[in-house]
Design a protein around this ligand. Structure first.
Ligand code: PLP
Length: 576
C-alpha cells in the first residue's frame, strides 16, 4: 500500500539530484508523450495529455517516472500544397539538444533477435523545482539490425509487425530498463492506453507466473493501472496470435497470454483490463461507453484535464498572476477568476487574439481582421471529428455573414498519413475557403503542433468542436480554450457533456439525444446557434460575452486541469 504520505515524502528543499531513486513509486508508460514543442514525439491528444500529466505530477511532487519511445523522425512535418493535398515530410531533430543518453541498457527479444535498448533522459521541472524524469527509449544503437534500429523512427508509422515490435520495446523494454536505471521500487505501472500493456506479461514472467488461475496474478494486478482512451472498437490495438508468436517468441506460454489477452486475438485493451486493479475512462460519458464495450469490468472515470500554466497565453498568465497568486501550483484557485474585472479579461484576450491574427496574416494570404469574431477548429483531421460540418449548407453560411455579422474561421490539424478520409477533409475545407473568399475568410494553417495550439486556443473568440457522438472520449483542446476564457461551441460529447452550461461556458450543438447527432441535424443546430446566439452576443452584447469568458475560466479552467486530474489518480488509483 502506498500511502499518500509516502508519495509526498520528498522533503521540500532537497534538490532532485538527492532524491533517491528508490522513492520513485509510479511508472507512467505512454506510446507518445508531448512535453516540449520542439520535440516531435507526439501526434495529438494522447501525447499532449501524457505530457500535461507529467508536468502536473512534477508540480505536485508525485514520485513518478515516465517512459515512451524517442521517434527520431517524429510523427511528420505537414505541408499542404496548392491543391489542398497534405504532404508528410520527415521531422529530423536532434535529441541531444534536449537530453542525455543514459549509458545503462537492457535487451528485448523481437522475432528471436536480441535488441539492445537504451534511453534518453529528459527532466520535467515542476513549479517548485521537483523533477520527474521521462525516459525516451532508443534502439537505434550500434549492434542492432537496420530494422530494429528503425523501430524508434516513426510514431504510428509502419505496419502491424512494426507496431507490435514498438510495443515490445515500450512495455517489456520499459519495465526492464527501469530496473537497470536503478528504479527498483516501482509500486504502480500506469498504462496510458493499451499500447504499453505487454508490461503486464513481463511482470508475470518476472514472477514466474504461468498459471492464469494462480493467486499470485493478483500481485501483478496490484501493480497495474490502466487508462483507456478510445470509445471506438477499431481503435483498440489487436494482433493475430500468429504475429504475436512470431514477434514475441516463447516469451510466455501461449495459453497464459491467451487467458489474459483474449481467445482469438491479442487484444491490448483486454490484456490491460484483465491485469489491472484500477481501470478508468477519461470522461463520464466515456466510462459509460467503455462499460458497454467491456461488460464485466469495473471501469471508473477520471475526466481529463490540461496543464494550466502550459496552455494559458502570456497575457492570461500575467493576469492570473496579478489577481490570483499561486494559481500556477494550484489551478483550482482559478475559481477566483469570478471576480476578475471585465476590461482585464477583454484586454488579455485582445492581446492573444492580435498575436494569432498577426501570425495568420503573416503566414498565409488571408487578410483577417482582429475586430471580426474569429472561430477556431484545430484537431486531428479524421472523419468522426467532422471538420466539414460547417460547410453542410454554404448558402446559409453566406446569409449569416451578410445578415447577422461577419465572421472568420481558422482551421488546423494533421491527417494520419494513411487516413485518406481525413486528407479529403483538409482538401474540402480548402476548396470551400476558396469558394467563400471575399465573403467569409477561412484559412487552414499548416503544421498543427503545441505552439500553434496554444496560440489558437487563446487567440480565437470561439472554439468549435463537432465530433460524432460518442466517439470523442474526452477531447482536451476545448479545455485549453476555456482556461483562456474562450467559450466552446460543441456537440455534446466527451468532456463537453460535463463542461457545457448553455449560454454561460459556451453552447451545445444538438442535444444529448443520439437521434440528434446526424450531420444534418447537427449542422442545423450549428447554424442556429451561430445566427441567434454566438454572433449577435459577440457584436451586440459585449458584457454578456465577457461574462461568459469569465465563467469559462472560473468554472471550467479551475476544474478541467491536470492538477485536479492527477490528484484523482493519486487518491483513487495510485494509492489504492
Ligand atoms: C490539445 C491538442 C490536441 C488534442 O485536442 P482534442 O481537442 O482532444 O482533439 C491535439 N493536438 C495538439 C497539438 C494539441 O495541442
Amino acid at each position: 500500500m502506498v500511502s499518500i504520505m509516502e508519495m509526498n515524502m520528498a522533503p521540500r528543499r532537497i534538490t532532485e539530484e538527492r532524491i533517491r531513486k528508490k522513492e520513485r513509486r509510479i511508472a507512467y508508460l505512454s506510446m507518445e508523450i508531448g512535453i516540449a514543442p520542439k520535440m516531435p514525439t507526439y501526434s495529438g491528444g494522447l501525447g499532449i495529455l501524457a505530457g500535461d500529466t507529467i508536468k502536473s505530477a512534477a508540480d505536485l511532487k508525485v514520485p513518478a517516472v515516465a517512459i515512451t519511445l524517442i521517434y527520431k523522425k517524429g510523427y511528420f512535418r505537414q505541408k499542404i500544397d496548392d491543391k489542398g493535398a497534405q504532404q508528410e515530410l520527415p521531422y529530423e531533430w536532434n535529441p541531444r539538444k534536449f537530453m542525455k543518453l543514459r549509458p545503462q541498457s537492457t535487451e528485448v527479444k523481437i522475432e528471436g533477435r536480441r535488441v539492445k535498448v537504451q534511453a534518453w533522459e529528459y527532466r520535467v521541472r515542476g513549479a517548485s523545482g521537483y523533477t520527474v524524469p521521462v525516459f525516451f527509449l532508443d534502439t537505434d544503437l550500434e549492434g542492432n539490425s537496420e530494422y530494429d534500429r528503425s523501430l524508434v523512427y516513426n510514431l504510428y508509422g509502419g505496419d502491424e509487425r512494426y507496431r507490435l515490435a514498438q510495443e515490445v520495446i515500450l512495455g517489456i523494454g520499459g519495465v526492464r530498463l527501469l530496473r537497470e536505471l536503478g528504479y527498483r521500487h516501482i509500486r504502480r505501472y500506469h498504462m496510458n492506453e493499451g499500447h504499453s500493456s505487454l508490461l503486464t506479461l513481463e511482470l508475470l514472467r518476472q514472477k514466474g507466473i504461468t498459471d492464469p488461475e494462480s493467486l499470485k496474478v493478483d500481485e501483478i494486478r496490484k501493480l497495474c493501472i490502466f487508462t483507456t482512451h478510445t470509445p471506438i472498437p477499431a481503435g483498440h490495438d489487436q494482433f493475430s496470435y500468429q504475429l504475436a508468436r512470431k514477434v514475441l517468441g516463447r516469451f510466455l506460454p501461449l495459453k497464459t497470454i491467451k487467458a489474459f489477452g483474449g481467445k482469438d486475438n491479442l487484444n491490448m485493451t483486454r490484456l490491460a483490463l484483465n491485469l489491472s486493479h484500477h481501470v478508468n475512462g477519461v470522461a463520464k460519458e466515456h466510462q459509460r461507453v467503455s462499460r458497454e464495450m467491456f461488460p464485466g469490468y469495473q471501469i471508473d472515470s477520471i475526466t481529463n484535464g490540461v496543464h494550466a500554466w502550459t496552455w494559458a497565453s502570456d497575457s492570461f498568465r500575467d493576469l492570473f498572476t496579478r489577481f490570483i497568486p499561486g494559481w500556477r501550483s494550484a489551478p483550482t484557485s482559478l475559481r477566483y477568476a469570478i471576480s476578475l474585472p471585465d476590461d482585464e479579461i477583454w484586454n488579455a484576450h485582445a492581446e492573444a487574439k492580435r498575436k494569432l491574427i498577426d501570425y495568420v496574416n503573416a503566414t498565409t494570404d488571408a487578410e483577417m481582421d482582429p475586430e471580426v469574431i474569429t472561430i477556431g477548429f484545430a484537431r486531428r483531421a479524421t472523419a468522426y471529428k467532422r471538420a466539414d460540418l460547417l460547410f453542410t449548407d454554404t448558402e446559409r453560411l453566406r446569409r449569416i455573414a451578410r445578415k447577422v455579422g461577419k465572421f472568420q474561421f481558422i482551421y488546423a490539424g494533421k491527417a494520419h498519413p494513411k487516413d485518406t478520409a481525413g486528407k479529403r477533409l483538409i482538401k474540402k475545407i480548402l476548396t470551400k475557403a476558396k469558394e467563400l473568399k471575399g465573403e467569409i475568410e477561412i484559412v487552414y494553417l499548416e503544421g498543427y503542433d503545441m505552439n500553434l495550439a496554444r496560440m489558437l486556443v487563446s487567440g480565437v473568440d470561439v472554439w468549435l468542436n463537432t465530433p460524432l457522438r460518442p466517439r470523442e472520449a474526452s477531447g482536451t483542446s476545448g479545455m485549453k480554450a476555456a482556461l483562456n476564457g474562450v467559450p466552446s461551441l460543441s456537440t455534446l460529447d466527451g468532456w463537453w457533456i460535463e463542461g457545457c452550461i448553455e449560454g454561460m461556458t459556451g453552447w451545445a450543438i444538438g442535444s444529448l439525444d443520439m437521434k440528434d447527432s446526424s450531420d444534418t441535424k447537427c449542422a442545423e443546430s450549428l447554424y442556429h446557434k451561430l445566427e441567434r446566439e454566438v454572433i449577435p452576443v459577440f457584436y451586440y452584447d459585449r458584457r454578456t460575452w465577457v461574462g461568459m469568458m469569465r465563467l469559462c475560466i472560473a468554472i471550467n479552467g479551475s476544474f478541467f486541469n491536470t492538477h485536479r486530474m492527477v490528484h484523482q489518480y493519486v487518491v483513487s488509483s495510485y494509492a489504492q
